[in-house]
Design a protein around this ligand. Structure first.
Ligand code: PEP
Ligand code: MN
Length: 339
């Protein structure tokens, strides 16, 4: 941490800052210039808040020079994290991972048809919500356990892996036998109790960015899962809320290269929730891969016009197929491959 004192700071002000830094465990190096004193705190105390220093008397400004997340930071694993799934699929390697399927599991027929389409298009994972976080309590809330069973059944039949959303701690145990990857939704990115519990399971987690979360907040949430010992974590940009109302969210493509720089964790993109408009999902998906995404999570429905949730942003089967064909052409430009 660096604390720059004001030119008018008194020796007493300076000593107060030094004392507090030492108390926290910093080694303090003092530089007295012609116009101001700079205090450099070396060392990494577990807990300190830069904001506390910014308001001390005589302080001009204070800056953090080490990152507040230790396990999520790129330097923890400079080579990047790779996650190997039971059937040999590797996330975070050269190959782009594709997860696709409906927003919600609605029926056996709907999810089986979806699985066949998703598999034929070349994806590795089937997505589909069994527990749905809906903005309105009167909207379809998902099929629950029955939905989990259907996901497993049709994925085994087609050779796909299963990703589905966990909304609360009590669902974790129930879900374990049926799924390959937990999805933490945008609304739960700061449900710290849930994140902590997911740190204790030994199954991969994909955590979405909260709708108004900063990149630092995403990484601090990741830290909750990693610090429990679960290192198989994927981060996912899914659009943030801005003043723009034309699109459902604003797909923050810029977060992808930023996250790739700051963390070793695989970074995915969900262009479906990111833009919310079916015909614009493909350009966002292509842009995400061009920007460095390790994988995509996308909504596709066999009959999106009749979907029980998120139909407007769900691709038609043919659109998914066409998009993956384009991704195969684009991937080599960024030194990646698409199965
Ligand atoms: C979803 O994937 O269907 C979903 C609810 O996503 P998000 O948490 O990003 O809104
Ligand atoms: Mn959805």
């Amino acid at each position: 941490m660096i604390v720059a004192m004001q030119g008018i700071a008194t020796e007493e002000n300076i000593q107060q800052v030094i004392e507090r830094m030492v108390e926290l465990g910093f080694n303090v190096h003092r530089t007295t210039g012609a116009s101001q004193t700079i205090l450099a705190g070396v060392g990494t105390p577990d807990h300190f808040e830069v904001a506390e220093f910014k308001v001390l008397p005589g302080v001009h400004d204070a800056y953090r020079i080490s990152s507040p997340y230790k396990l999520a930071g790129r330097s923890f694993r400079p080579e990047g994290t790779k996650i190997t799934f039971p059937n040999g699929v590797v996330v975070g390697g050269q190959e782009i991972t594709i997860m696709a399927g409906p927003c919600s599991v609605e029926s056996r027929e709907q999810i089986l048809t979806s699985a066949k389409i998703v598999k034929a298009a070349g994806a590795q994972f089937l997505r589909g919500g069994a527990f749905k976080p809906r903005s309105s309590p009167y909207s379809f809330q998902g099929m629950g356990l029955e939905g989990l069973k259907l996901l497993r059944e049709v994925s085994d039949a087609t050779g796909l892996l299963v990703i589905t959303e966990v909304m609360e701690i009590s669902q974790i145990e129930l879900m374990l036998p049926y799924i390959d990857c937990f999805q933490v939704g945008a609304r739960n990115m700061q449900n710290f109790n849930l994140l902590r519990e997911l740190g204790h399971v030994r199954k991969p987690v994909l955590m979405k960015r909260g709708i108004s979360a900063t990149i630092e907040e995403v990484l601090l949430s990741a830290e909750y899962i990693l610090s429990g010992g679960n290192y198989d974590l994927i981060l996912c940009e899914r659009g943030i809320r801005t003043y723009e109302t034309y699109t459902r969210n604003t797909m923050d493509i810029s977060a992808i290269p930023v996250l790739k720089k700051l963390t070793h964790l695989p970074v995915f993109a969900d262009p479906s929730h990111g833009i919310g408009i079916r015909d614009m999902v493909a350009p966002m998906a292509l842009a995400s891969v061009a920007a460095g995404a390790d994988g995509l999570l996308m909504e596709m429905h066999p009959n999106p016009d009749k979907a029980m949730s998120d139909g407007a942003q769900s691709l038609y089967p043919q659109q998914l197929q066409d998009l993956i064909a384009k991704l195969r052409l684009l991937a080599p430009v960024v030194e990646r491959t698409v199965a």
